[in-house]
Design a protein around this ligand. Structure first.
Ligand SMILES: *Cc1c(COP(=O)(O)O)cnc(C)c1O
Length: 376
């Protein structure tokens, strides 16, 4: 696609997505299923093209956060197994059933509401039971002493008309930091599964590993894995960089084009609040990207972008739709020059660290007005 006339865009490399998929697939056992996480617009990469590609590559399952995301995929013709990981409000259950999505069941009342929605539509809905083994977010309580009661509730839920119990899952709170805690969570999960098995309820798909657990703990792979961030070429933590035979490749590069370049004399303030006063005669380039596009304002005067192969610092506050960079030391910068904002050769991890957050958040916040340009 011709980007020469584009203001700001996110370049998405589908070959890099494919590379990451293959690297991850190679580290799980044959027969273990692969659930591709495409929630939050595929971590900002565009849910529909990413979901399509993952299906072509052989991902057996996809997962989204909510019914709206499931509907978006179905409308685009993405069929096949699709898990809604989050809580579906009762009012949206009929739509979830209609879409043929798999719904997460994590408490008795929700199970009954879903059963009513399915039977009213004359359909069966696949469900995955969610167990809370230590994240305290969503799930039937599954800490020590809670298994009996939750076991009984899960058995009752799975016996409801219109529900087909296909899977059971849990989520780790600290798979990137605390092995003992992760193993305690895994033990609780497996004990719950054993208890249910002893009462005649078995699940075809037991899953618990997001990217960090996929990389750190093969014992968590079970029947299916659920990597997200690693698919997009980012490590969940720095300790797992060396755990793979090949490097992951960042899929997204956020790019813009210099809109205006001119000399500004020493002593002149730049941007809102006049917080940055130029110490020398400078060449300032204005970029058509701001926090409205996903360039966090907290990166003002901190981040450096790449233009003509060199790093140029942001000067003054990032505005909603624009920001300024100092290109005094980079000869020849002109309006129309392409600029790498993050991704590519300016790691999003570094921007996230400066912003006091994680790469996930910066990727998710590349806003809808930024067109995604797919490389194939
Ligand atoms: C987001 C999410 C994942 C994927 O997490 P990553 O760290 O991106 O791999 C897996 N499972 C659940 C339940 C999630 O919410």
């Amino acid at each position: 696609m011709d980007t020469t006339q584009m203001r700001t865009w996110a370049e998405i490399s589908l070959p890099k997505l494919e590379h990451n998929y293959r690297v991850l697939r190679a580290c799980i056992p044959a027969g273990c299923r692969f659930m591709g996480l495409v929630k939050a617009n595929a971590y900002g990469h565009g849910a529909v093209p990413v979901a399509r590609r993952l299906k072509e590559l052989g991902a057996e399952y996809l997962a989204v956060a909510c019914v709206e995301e499931a509907a978006q995929l179905r409308q685009a013709g993405v069929d096949g197994p699709l898990l809604i990981l989050g809580a579906v409000p009762p009012g949206e259950m009929p739509l979830a059933v209609e879409l043929g999505a798999t719904v997460t069941v994590f408490e008795p009342e929700g199970a009954r509401a879903l059963s009513r929605a399915a039977t009213a539509a004359g359909k069966t809905v696949k469900v995955h039971i969610k167990a809370d083994t230590g994240m305290s977010r969503l799930g039937f309580p599954a800490r020590e002493g809670e298994l009996e009661r939750s076991g009984a509730e899960i058995l009752a839920a799975c016996a409801l008309p219109g529900l087909e119990a296909e899977g059971i899952f849990t989520h780790f709170a600290n798979a990137d930091g605390d092995e003992a805690y992760t193993m305690r969570q895994l033990t609780r999960f497996l004990e719950l599964i054993d208890l249910l098995k002893g009462r005649g309820l078995e699940f075809q798909l037991r899953h618990c590993a997001a990217a960090a657990a996929v990389l750190h703990y093969p014992c968590t792979h079970l029947d299916m894995v659920r990597p997200g961030i690693a698919l997009y070429g980012h490590y969940p933590d720095n300790d797992c960089r060396d755990l793979l035979p090949e490097e992951l490749r960042p899929v997204m590069t956020l790019k813009t084009r210099a809109a205006f370049v001119r000399p500004v004399p020493a002593g002149t303030p730049v941007s809102y609040g006049c917080t940055h006063v130029l110490a020398r005669d400078s060449i300032i380039a204005t970029l058509p990207i701001g926090y409205g596009d996903g360039l966090f304002r907290v990166l003002s005067d901190r981040w450096k972008v790449r233009v003509r192969g060199r790093l140029a610092p942001l000067v003054g506050r990032v505005c909603m739709d624009m920001c300024m960079i100092d290109v005094t030391d980079i000869p020849g910068v002109t309006a129309g020059d392409e600029v790498e904002v993050f991704g590519g050769t300016v790691p999003v991890e570094d921007a996230a660290a400066l912003a006091g957050t994680i790469q996930y958040e910066l990727l998710c916040h590349v806003s809808p007005r930024v067109p995604r340009v797919y490389l194939d």
